[in-house]
Write a protein that binds this ligand. Structure first.
Ligand code: GLN
Length: 235
């Protein structure tokens, strides 16, 4: 299973979320603390973020991505640039490829439909998914992402329950953001939430030992927006 992390809040340097904390995604790429499936996450990484209007140039709402099929811990170029990347909304992941799935940048989260960034931590039987038009890769997560995009993010909970019922072995932990909302599901793996003074972090596992981290119960949707945080059970 992969590890992922999302941020919605004040603009911060991407490095402060993904590289700097003592148990950041960089460390989780070789020594995750709560991973139940797989030992490490060496099959690639991806960081996506949204820009904001500045001066007369605006890329507000445009998702930007940097993905690689190599381990995050060895990427000196990303480590050099990440302190200069600032964003109020980030989705990042490190990958442990499921057996049989391609190891390539296009199979690495976050996936996008041009509006949302989406990561999947888990596994799903591709034969049980409808064939979406715009999957970025034949990887199960890319097909699942395209299926979720086609059905619309407002139906995320219904889509997860439907696929989970069809594939009882599926693990369907989604993390997605569109610049003003950060949404996650728990279905078979861990998720924690950290409510900081300057924003909210959702992460497969805590990136430090801050006592404010809370575990999210399994089979829930977590919805983070300016109005606050909502937990909805998935039944
Ligand atoms: N099944 C997905 C893949 O192969 C995700 C794997 C995971 O969560 N470790 O990339």
């Amino acid at each position: 299973m992969c590890r992922h992390l999302g941020w919605l809040g004040a603009p911060v340097a991407v490095s402060t979320l993904v590289l700097d904390p003592p148990h950041s995604l960089r460390v989780q790429s070789y020594a995750p603390r709560r991973q139940k499936h797989g030992l490490m996450n060496a099959d690639g990484w991806g960081v996506g973020f949204f820009g904001r209007a500045s001066g007369d140039f605006s890329d507000e709402g445009v998702p930007r991505r940097w993905r690689s099929p190599a381990p995050l811990w060895g990427d000196a170029s990303f480590a050099s640039v990440a302190p200069a990347l600032r964003s109020h909304c980030v989705v990042a992941a490190v990958r442990s490829a499921t057996v049989g799935m391609p190891i390539e940048a296009s199979a690495t989260a976050p996936f996008t439909d041009g509006q949302w960034l989406l990561s999947h931590n888990g596994v799903v039987d591709r034969a049980l998914l409808p064939v979406p038009r715009l999957a970025e890769s034949v990887c199960d997560s890319a097909i699942l992402a395209a299926t979720i995009f086609e059905r619309g993010m407002d139906a995320l909970g219904d889509t997860i329950v439907e696929i989970g019922d069809a594939d009882p072995l599926a693990r369907l932990n989604i993390l997605a953001a569109n610049g003003s909302r950060l949404v996650a599901t728990t279905w078979g793996d861990t998720l924690s939430i950290l409510r900081r003074d300057d924003g909210v972090v959702l992460a497969s596992e805590p990136y430090d030992d801050d006592p404010r981290w809370e575990d999210v119960p399994d089979r829930h949707v977590v919805d983070v927006a300016a109005g606050g945080v909502t937990f909805i059970p998935l039944v």
